[in-house]
Write a protein that binds this ligand. Structure first.
Ligand SMILES: *Cc1c(COP(=O)(O)O)cnc(C)c1O
Length: 464
């Protein structure tokens, strides 16, 4: 079979092999990399349905990563998922009307570990082969930073520099990052907001001579390997639920921020997994939910919520979905994205049923409904949901008219958000030994002024 190539949604980048796509991240024309075809695996489902998580991950990932020797790929995957505390990696459990897919058994207790444990090893493998090095620069408001650090800590060819807004991430999330003392990890508390941190990132990445001189890279969710590794658990969960309920197909609800997670589900469906539909859940930052109702994608102001990883207005992975929506027409995407950059808005025509899309539907929750859902699921089913998962479970309740079983993605362990759990239940219920241990752990972090020059000086002195 002809090998898969990665092309840009905006059409102006020469096709890349998988390893080059992973190292490139964002395409040079500003677009996102997508595979030039999506393999159909409908005739392999029967054969795959009893595989354990790493074996299933191998079968799926190798279809898209065909320039890595298979025995080596198998080892990287096995190693990545050996860090998970649950033997199933991503167990599914029934809770009242839904099935909860627990994606939080990795080292930092959020679903981002699924992608970043794999990506960290993949980077190291490629760098080793190319006798090369990488300096990762990241900005975080919460989960991404700690999962990225956990994914690359101790890797000899990689250094990671993670900026967080000083005093503005939760103390628990801050400790998850700053308690990692490996030599290749640098935590920076920036005197500014999360937006300031993102602006610093942008400034450095736009300075191409600096970026190239210091081999700067990112781990953000536009990296194809992140989306790819998340496709796996849609298959894994569907197999468990179809088996236990006898249903021929399933639905998924996904708490959404940057659209990476739900996009992985969309690819799984496109590959032939029998998914009836995907339900996109947002919090008060509901640009995506409004889009799927009206066809108008219009930027608003970000508001802070109880589910901070969903506090996003412009979803970085949305462009990939849009590319397929407009019939894989890179000119149309370039036009839409340019218009959006200029006017903060774009419109997609609705279909003959007055719907934007038949595969993705959407709804939103808010603080009150999310906390009420946490309380109700705890009281009625003994199931403690984190506030991101609870927003999804609330929205799933608005879409329960179909027979198909509903699988809700649980994206974080409740113990990461003890305040929300206490507000919801009146009790301090959410504990995890990994987080308890952080209370006494030594930490390392440096302060940095909100200045691109200061950041450049810092990096230049420490980059590998
Ligand atoms: C990152 C994150 C999300 C959002 O996922 P996207 O892929 O950005 O849509 C949801 N919940 C939690 C806990 C997260 O960390």
């Amino acid at each position: 079979m002809k090998s898969i190539r990665y092309i840009s949604t905006r059409g102006a980048q020469a096709p890349l092999a998988f390893k080059d796509a992973v190292m490139t991240g964002l395409a040079r024309d500003g677009g996102l990399l997508v595979p030039d075809r999506i393999p159909n695996v409908a005739d392999r489902l029967e054969e795959w349905k009893d595989l354990d998580y790493p074996d299933l991950a191998f079968e799926i990932i190798r279809l898209f990563a065909d320039d890595i020797p298979e025995s080596r790929l198998r080892e990287l995957i096995a190693d990545a998922y050996s860090t998970f505390a649950h033997p199933d990696v991503a167990p599914v459990r029934a809770a009242g009307p839904v099935h909860v897919l627990e994606l939080f058994h990795g080292p930092t207790l959020a679903f981002k570990d699924i992608a970043l444990q794999f990506l960290g090893r993949l980077f190291q493998e490629i760098l080793e082969e190319r006798d090369s090095r990488l300096n990762i620069l990241a900005a975080t408001s919460g989960d991404t930073g700690s999962a990225a650090i956990a994914g690359v800590r101790g890797q000899p060819r990689i250094r990671i520099f993670v900026m967080h807004p000083k005093g503005r991430v939760s103390p628990l999330q801050e400790r998850q990052m700053t308690s990692v003392l490996d030599d290749n990890v640098f935590n920076l508390a920036v005197e500014g907001s999360f937006d300031d941190c993102q602006l610093l990132m942008k400034t450095l990445f736009n300075d191409l001579p600096f970026k190239d001189a210091h081999a700067l890279g990112t781990v953000n969710s536009v990296n194809w390997a992140r989306v790819l590794s998340q496709i796996v658990y849609y298959f894994y969960a569907a197999f468990r639920v179809m088996d236990s309920t006898g249903a021929p197909r399933v639905q998924f609800t996904v708490p959404t921020g940057n659209f990476g997670d739900i996009l992985a589900g969309w690819y799984a469906k496109r590959m032939g997994l029998p998914v009836r539909r995907l339900v996109l859940a947002t919090n008060e930052n509901d640009i995506l939910a409004r889009f799927f109702h009206t066809g108008v994608y219009a930027k608003g102001q970000v508001v802070a919520t109880v589910n901070p990883s969903m506090d996003i207005q412009v979803a970085s992975n949305f462009e990939r979905w849009l590319y397929y929506k407009v019939g894989q027409d890179p000119q149309a995407i370039a036009r839409l994205m340019t218009r959006f950059a200029l006017e903060g808005r774009m419109d997609i025509p609705r279909n003959e049923h007055d719907r934007v899309d038949e595969e993705i539907v959407a709804g939103s929750s808010d603080t009150r409904r999310t906390l009420a859902t946490i309380r109700r699921f705890h009281e009625q089913y003994g199931c403690l949901l984190d506030p991101h998962t609870a927003a999804g479970v609330f929205v799933a309740g608005q879409f329960n008219e179909l027979e198909d079983p509903m699988i809700c993605l649980a994206t974080a362990h409740p113990a990461k958000f003890p305040d929300a759990i206490e507000d919801a239940t009146g009790q301090n219920l959410a504990r995890h030994p990994l987080l308890d241990a952080l209370e006494k752990a030594p930490v390392r972090c440096e302060s940095l002024s909100n200045s691109a020059e200061a950041l450049k000086t810092y990096l230049a002195a420490r980059a590998r």
